[in-house]
Design a protein around this ligand. Structure first.
Ligand SMILES: Cc1cc2nc3c(=O)[nH]c(=O)nc-3n(C[C@H](O)[C@H](O)[C@H](O)COP(=O)(O)OP(=O)(O)OC[C@H]3O[C@@H](n4cnc5c(N)ncnc54)[C@H](O)[C@@H]3O)c2cc1C
Length: 459
């Protein structure tokens, strides 16, 4: 970074918001994925949306790669500045600009923290359903760029289902507007749809319009305890086959249960081979009816017992324990590789079986939990990357997990995105033409290739 350029950045965002020390740059060289860090040349932190646009333009004028960073919690290497250049932080762009109770939408800046937004919305008697496990830290901009899912995805969908519009900067720092505040809008190309899941490769969001809904009137959470993983995974398929769509239908295997209990002390049954954590919500009558049916299905499928949360405190305790799964597993070994290969729901039993075989074949510890109702499991490999021999086995196991998921009609990623971690597998799921088409699109929108280079489709 030469002095003149540094001064240009300082003029745009203030001296205090241009960070160049080795420790600052190292802090933004990695994210939650298990990949090698890459140092950026500089880290800048615009405090206004106007400054954000000007920083994007300055980078493009000088051919500097840009990696936009929310909270850096993505699990696919999306915020590793693989070509160095400039990391742009959005954490100062954290205003909720509008919550419209009459028209059920909100307008936010990209750096708003997800849980903070959901709480503000709830305080107005409304509901923003997408709830990634990282919601206490993740940003809405990061959620939109990754099309984040969460525990409620089964019934309520994922982030894309709540994005009504996105205003974003193109590489020239011009604002492109897409979508609207209306329920229906078919004006122009669906550029907001293109931005969702684009992982910072096509534009830099400055404002997001999100859909809100009325909250469910009642909810009931329960925990079904199994002595056999196969029985639990078959129960998931049976609940869906009975045409009941719980708000949440989560799975934990024995290793995860024990590890979480050790960490969160939530009263989980450590002797269970598998748990299903289920919540039904909606109108009180419907909730009572569905809860009864779900209980009956769990019993038919061989659940040892079913514990229904007596009150909100008990219900929260269960969900907090579930949200702690990754953090708890991460305490076990130096390296935690969390995958999110996803299969059609009816294939959950086959996927669970395959994961057991893969763990045995490669002699690895794999704890599995996740959004079973969506077919979105998180097999989590606990390892030590410094052990080269073991790491080779981990890499082979990951390849095989994706192969199995694809052979079952599944997908490489249910919610964590492709980033750098999975771009090498993209052609396996899609086609050569898909990659080339996507590259032509990227080239047209970002001729110098400065926006998060190397992510999703490689180069
Ligand atoms: C403990 C834990 C639990 C998790 N649970 C879930 C889960 O349940 N569901 C799920 O889907 N994910 C989960 N994740 C993954 C992660 O939290 C999500 O991908 C989240 O959306 C990332 O948000 P972030 O603010 O950290 O974004 P970052 O990691 O900072 O960025 C993610 C991507 O968004 C881009 N980006 C950020 N801001 C902008 C912007 N303004 N304009 C354009 N691009 C932008 C970045 O360049 C990057 O490509 C979890 C992660 C952890 C560590």
């Amino acid at each position: 970074m030469n002095d003149a350029l540094k001064k240009d950045f300082e003029a745009l965002v203030g001296k205090e918001n241009v960070m160049e020390s080795e420790s600052d740059r190292f802090s933004y060289a990695y994210d939650a994925a298990v990949l090698d860090p890459v140092m950026p040349s500089v880290v800048v932190r615009p405090e206004t949306r106007e400054a954000l646009g000007k920083v994007v333009k300055l980078c493009n004028d000088n051919g500097l790669p840009i990696t936009v960073r929310g909270s850096g919690t993505n699990l696919s290497g999306g915020t590793i500045p693989s070509k160095g250049g400039v990391v742009i932080l959005t954490n100062a762009l954290n205003k909720i600009l509008e919550i419209n109770e009459a028209d059920l939408y909100a307008v936010v800046e990209p750096g708003v923290i997800t849980a903070k937004f959901a709480a503000e919305v709830a305080a107005r008697g409304l509901f923003y359903p997408p709830d990634p496990g990282s919601q206490a830290v993740s940003t809405l901009g990061g959620n939109v760029a990754e099309n984040a899912g969460g525990l409620r995805g089964l019934k309520y969908g994922v982030t894309k289902d709540y994005v009504m519009g996105v205003d974003f900067f193109d590489v020239d720092g011009e604002i492109v507007k897409s979508g609207s505040r209306t329920v229906k809008c078919v004006t122009g190309l669906n550029l907001a749809g293109l931005m969702v899941g684009s992982e910072g490769t096509l534009g830099v969001f400055e404002k997001i319009i999100l859909k809100l809904t009325p909250p469910p009137l009642a909810a009931k959470a329960m925990m079904a305890v199994f002595d056999d993983v196969a029985k639990a995974s078959e129960t998931v398929a049976a609940i869906i086959a009975a045409k009941i769509v719980p708000a949440t239908l989560e799975f934990m295997d024995n290793f995860t249960i024990r590890t979480v209990e050790d960490f969160a002390h939530a009263g989980l049954p450590v002797d269970a081979q598998a748990l299903l954590l289920i919540e039904v919500d909606g109108h009180p009558g419907q909730v009572a009816d569905e809860a009864e049916k779900v209980e009956a299905i769990c019993k038919q499928q061989g659940a040892l017992r079913i514990q229904v949360a007596k009150d909100a405190a008990e219900r929260n305790k269960v969900w907090e324990a579930r949200r702690a799964a990754l953090s708890a597993l991460a305490r076990v070994s130096p390296t935690t590789v969390l995958e999110d290969a996803t299969v059609p729901r009816s294939k959950i039993p086959a996927m669970m079986h395959a994961l057991g075989d893969i763990a045995t074949k490669y002699k690895l510890t794999i704890g599995t939990f996740g959004h079973a109702g969506d077919g979105n499991l998180h097999p989590t490999i606990l390892t030590d990357r410094r052990n080269k021999e073991e790491w080779h086995r981990v890499e082979a196991a990951i390849d095989e997990i994706f192969d199995v998921a694809l052979s079952l009609g599944g997908t490489l990623s249910g919610e964590h995105g492709i980033g750098m971690a999975k771009s090498k597998y993209m052609e396996k799921e899609t086609s050569r033409a898909t990659i080339l088409y996507s590259r032509r699109l990227k080239k047209a929108l970002d001729p110098k290739g400065i926006l998060n280079p190397g992510k999703i489709i490689g180069e």
